[in-house]
Design a protein around this ligand. Structure first.
Ligand code: PXP
Length: 236
């Protein structure tokens, strides 16, 4: 299972003072040196964390894999087509949210998402759809030619009881199995951390997990190399 690092929060910290440091591009390159399998950034319409300069530089310098999280809107689709990340992950985006709150409703937004996939495919960009572990949403993603899905793991991560956690884990297992049968690639992420990752690893068939907050937060205490190595060791 591969481990990709979302570095948005480094940009958030930089933006807090409107200055240069900490630079998310430098951070991403160091993370690669310390063994992550890819870099993830979410270029939001409000640019609250990474901006175009960050994404363009990362495109030039990241040698593992760049996964651009984005809303299926014209402005960002055009930037993605120009930058050509290896993967574009389409996510729902709301101005007021603190972080992405759930998966895409592919079924209700099918035309908009299908159009985004077509435009990204024209530039040979693979497209992943961030969805809940729902068979119906996965079928919809498959029906409009998504290359992969990313399963939203937030409900697993935020489960208040052990029972709820295992119920959600079972939903995820069924969803992954279904997606794999259809031939879709399967990533997963949101809210995964050093405590909840071990139970999550019971789920078989996931290609990549995408983690941001937990690893960036830990790196402040123990340094980036150790934060990455510890997570890698847990994933192994
Ligand atoms: N995957 C997606 C689609 C996300 O939006 C995020 C958060 O930016 C993550 C993964 C990583 O979540 P976290 O920061 O909670 O690890």
């Amino acid at each position: 299972m591969k481990f990709t690092l979302n570095v948005d929060h480094v940009a958030t910290l930089r933006n807090a003072r409107g200055e240069q440091q900490p630079d998310p591009v430098t951070f991403a390159l160091m993370a690669e040196q310390f063994g992550v399998d890819g870099i993830v950034v979410h270029l939001r319409e409000d640019r609250r964390h990474v901006n175009e300069r960050d994404v363009r530089l990362m495109r030039e310098l990241v040698t593992t894999k760049l996964d651009l999280e984005m809303a299926a809107v014209d402005e960002i689709i055009e930037i993605a087509r120009d930058i050509q990340p290896e993967l574009a992950t389409l996510v729902p985006e709301k101005r007021q949210e603190l972080t992405t709150e759930g998966g895409l409703n592919v079924i209700d937004n099918i035309e908009q998402i299908k159009d985004a996939i077509i435009r990204l495919h024209e530039k040979d960009i693979l497209v992943s759809l961030f969805v809940e572990p729902s068979i119906e949403q996965i079928d919809a993603a498959y029906g409009i030619d998504a290359d992969m899905i990313e399963i939203h793991t937030g409900n697993y991560a935020n489960a208040e009881t052990e029972d709820d956690m295992f119920i959600e884990l079972d939903r995820i297992k069924l969803a992954v199995e279904h997606a794999k049968k259809l031939g879709l690639g399967v990533n997963a992420g949101h809210g995964l951390n050093y405590n909840n990752i071990s139970d999550f690893l019971e789920v078989e068939g996931i290609d990549e997990i995408s983690i941001g907050q937990a690893v960036i937060a830990r790196s402040i205490f123990v340094g980036l190399e150790k934060a990455i190595t510890e997570m890698r060791d847990l994933i192994k």
